[in-house]
Design a protein around this ligand. Structure first.
Ligand SMILES: Cc1cc2nc3c(=O)[nH]c(=O)nc-3n(C[C@H](O)[C@H](O)[C@H](O)COP(=O)(O)OP(=O)(O)OC[C@H]3O[C@@H](n4cnc5c(N)ncnc54)[C@H](O)[C@@H]3O)c2cc1C
Length: 534
């Protein structure tokens, strides 16, 4: 990537805030028209760390300069614990630190949004526009910017997990990104030839030489500039105010639009710091309300996950990924354990026994403990369980008017009692898989934090003590129909009542998908690029 052009202009047609998948897609697509002057502001630095390229190394980036390093508020549903929430803070955003799983969810997820233009049939072309698929499956695009491949060196234990699924009656799913993902499958990954492909790789670097695109790193947007509109009717966003890498506060004017792509935590936070939100909550944080929009920061949803962790009597798990031999193999051929995304296979199942999945089982041939930040005590494996359709809802709220102070993240985990029941059902399935003939050669004794099979009360207690985020917050600037008062953006992603501003990122998803959240964010941004250019 060419040297950082930190001398940002003072004005642009489009100001894009945040270089995650949404921001990178918009920067690329909008700057493809030479007449558009586009500036992309990213709070983090350039994506230089070697661990970004090495698929298995993503947890090495947690709690570093590449991570916002958030914590939730204490969670009453989880024994008062504060959960660690990593979020990417560099070019590529969270796609530079994530687990690379390309799983869109089901057609019903998008149909269920019930919004004009956003049914599965209508959004499929935008998924396909992103995808460059090398591997099985019929529903993919073949010539988009983002490689989606199969793992090059999956663990033999992953094949055993898939056999265990079949043994337990979970069928193979040959088209994981088709209309209904029920069944088991190896994980398709955003990799090319054994290296991660982030949004910066796929969308930003190819556009960086365009003279009409300026990318500024180390630029943290604190507030939007809001003025009464020229016609006198309503308000207009005219630009942003940001802190540059040298600590100075600068202003950038948007001649056409500001596009907020800072993610499900930071986009609502920036709106609130600008006085946009629920007036009472803003005043409580010491912020003078400018524009009333009660939905800002409400509607937070996330995928909560629990898991079965077992020792493995065979010394072949990813615990050995950092050995000299494994590193040499990766550096020479980009194969071996370091090319693993860790979460090598998945199964989607329904706790109702039929119908669409509400539980995902994720297999990792390693004990994934404390987000992979704690070295495991020995060889082992993890069968993770994910609550796909939580009923619980939460909030993101500015803690004060100081932009440097992190917002209060209150996910409300397990505040809907049904969520615990579904997770318990999922854990019973994971325990059943662990006892199959297929996994018998690999499944050893329970490994902490998993305590082993327990009665219902013990299992519920264990879930409250040990479950963690799957890193998928959405819904904090929810999209809704024009007459939906609680919505933050309309189906064109325009912020209600504020001209010149759209939100384009995970925060606009009205309901979390039965999959992972990166794919829909790319799709949303591809569609947004078209809506903006109309
Ligand atoms: C550890 C981890 C693992 C994950 N694994 C997967 C997976 O395997 N598959 C999957 O589908 N999804 C996964 N996800 C989720 C997925 O990466 C996100 O859903 C997706 O990246 C969200 O995109 P976004 O554009 O909304 O936000 P982000 O990717 O978070 O990007 C937001 C960007 O905005 C920047 N920014 C924020 N505030 C400001 C500001 N004030 N000024 C300027 N810039 C700002 C940030 O630094 C960041 O670069 C994972 C996420 C994490 C954190």
């Amino acid at each position: 990537m060419p040297a950082d052009r930190s001398a940002a202009p003072e004005s642009a047609d489009y100001v894009v805030v945040g270089a995650g998948p949404a921001g990178c897609v918009l920067a690329n697509r909008l700057s493809a028209s030479p007449g558009n002057r586009v500036v992309l502001l990213e709070a983090g630095g350039p994506d230089k760390a070697r661990e970004i390229r090495i698929p298995a190394a993503f947890s090495k980036l947690f709690a570093t300069a590449y991570d916002w390093n958030y914590r939730t508020a204490p969670q009453p549903g989880l024994g008062g614990r504060e959960l660690f929430w990593p979020r990417g803070r560099t070019l590529g955003g969270s796609t530079s630190i994530n687990a690379q799983m390309w799983i869109r969810g089901c057609a019903a997820d998008y149909d269920g949004w019930g919004l004009p233009g956003w049914s599965f049939a209508e959004v499929l072309p935008y998924f396909n526009r992103v995808e460059r698929r090398a591997g099985p499956g019929s529903a993919y695009g073949a010539d988009g910017p983002l490689w989606i491949e199969e793992l090059r060196s999956p663990s033999p234990i992953t094949a055993a997990f898939l056999a265990a699924c079949r043994e337990a009656g979970i069928p193979d799913q040959p088209d994981l990104n088709g209309a209904d993902n029920t069944g088991c499958s190896p994980t398709p990954v955003t990799q090319h030839r054994g290296a991660r492909r982030s949004a910066a790789d796929a969308y930003l670097r190819p556009a960086m030489r365009r003279p009409n695109l300026t990318v500024v790193t180390g630029a943290t947007v604190d507030r939007l500039r809001i003025a009464d509109s020229r016609s006198g009717s309503g308000r207009r966003v005219t630009g942003v105010s940001y802190r540059a890498a040298d600590g100075t506060v600068r202003e950038l004017t948007a001649q056409r639009e500001v596009l907020l792509c800072a993610g499900a935590v930071n986009s609502p936070h920036i709106l609130q710091l600008s006085g946009v939100g629920d007036p009472d909550r803003l005043r409580a944080a010491g912020i003078e309300p400018v524009h009333e929009l009660p939905g800002v920061g409400a509607g937070l949803q996330d995928h909560l996950s629990a898991g079965v962790v077992l020792g493995c009597p065979q010394p072949i798990t990813l615990v050995a990924a950092e050995s000299a031999g494994s590193l040499a193999r990766y550096l020479l051929a980009r194969t071996g354990m370091l090319s693993s995304n860790v979460a090598e296979a998945v199964a989607f199942v329904s706790s109702a026994g039929s119908g669409l999945p509400d539980v995902e089982v994720i297999f990792a041939p390693v004990p994934f403990i404390e987000h992979g930040m704690v070295p495991p005590p020995g060889h082992g494996l993890t069968i993770g369980v994910v609550l796909l359709q939580p009923g619980s809802r939460g909030t993101v709220s500015a803690a004060s008017a100081n932009p440097a102070e992190p917002p209060v993240i209150e996910p409300g985990y397990l505040s809907d009692p049904r969520d615990l029941e579904v997770l318990m059902w999922g854990m019973r399935q994971a325990e059943r898989l662990a006892r199959t003939e297929a996994l018998r050669p690999y499944a050893g004794e329970p490994m902490a934090p998993y305590d082993g099979p327990a009665d219902d009360a013990g299992l519920a207690e264990s879930i409250r003590k040990h479950s963690e985020t799957l890193y998928h917050p959405v819904g904090t600037c929810r999209m809704g129909a024009d007459d939906d008062e609680g919505a933050v953006v309309d189906p064109q992603l325009r912020v209600r009542g504020l001209a010149g501003l759209r939100v384009v990122d995970a925060s606009v998803m009205p309901r979390i998908n039965r999959g992972h959240t990166m794919a829909p964010v790319y799709m949303i941004a591809e569609k947004a690029a078209e809506l903006i250019s109309r």
